[in-house]
Structures are given as C-alpha cells and as structure tokens.
Design a protein around this ligand. Structure first.
Ligand SMILES: [Zn+2]
Length: 137
C-alpha cells in the first residue's frame, strides 16, 4: 500500500507546527500586537503585518465549515480511500484548516456543514497528520 504524501518538516515557517504534531499538539499562531489568529504558519501577521507572532495550542475541537467528497483519485495512496471527505475545519480558537473528516461510514450522507468534529492523529515517523472525526453528543 502506498504511503501518504507528507509535508516537508524542515521549512522555517512551518517547522514548529509539524514538530508539535509529533506530540499530538495542534498549534497555530496569534499576533501579540493585534490579536489576529494566523493559520497557516508564516512569519508575519495577516492583520497588521507585524512580526510578533506567538504559538498557541488548540484543544482540537471545531466544526465543519464546508467539505467536498472525493470519489475518484489517481494517487496511489488516495485511490483506495475513495469516497473520502476533504473539509475546511473551523477550530474553536479561530484557525481554519484543510483536512479530512474520517470515521464516518459514508462521507456523502454522514457529514454536514456545522457538524462538530475533533482532531485525531495519523502517526508517521517524523510528524502526525491532523484529521478530524465526528464529535457530536
Ligand atoms: Zn497583528
């Protein structure tokens, strides 16, 4: 079975994010000057262009902002996973990140916009990939 394509972990802006995933910590940046939440990781604040960003840790809970179901993939890793959901997840702390919703029987009928989700981790040698699964009472 093919391996998931993984991000580079040696890039200046994203290294700290991926290092934190090794410990199952989902992090994001926040501007010390204006309070803007910044995600994906970068060097400057998207609100004020300042460089005083600090790392914060998310509890890993959020909701589905929107999603799409992939029914056909030619990549060897994803080919066996169809149909699967690609979703924008709004974390409760503010960041919006692209991920997958997993742990559902049928992504076509079992996912909806606004649905509560929680992070779950797919482990690899040098990092973990944050995925999301339903978290509804
Ligand atoms: Zn700022």
């Amino acid at each position: 079975m093919a391996d998931r394509p993984l991000p580079k972990t040696n890039e200046a802006d994203t290294r700290a994010f991926w290092e934190a995933t090794r410990d199952s910590r989902l992090t994001y940046q926040k501007c010390s000057d204006c309070g803007t939440v910044v995600f994906y990781p970068r060097r400057h604040c998207t609100g004020c262009l300042g460089r005083n960003l600090v790392w914060e840790e998310s509890a890993g809970c959020g909701s589905v902002y929107t999603y799409s179901v992939v029914r056909q993939s030619y990549h060897p890793f994803f080919r066996d996973k169809v149909p699967y959901a690609v979703a924008w997840i709004d974390l409760d702390e503010g960041p919006r990140l692209l991920s997958n919703v997993v742990g559902v029987d049928d992504p076509v009928s079992d996912i909806r916009i606004g649905m509560r989700v929680a992070v779950t981790w797919e482990e690899h040698d040098d990092l973990c990939i944050p995925l999301f699964e339903p978290d509804e009472d």
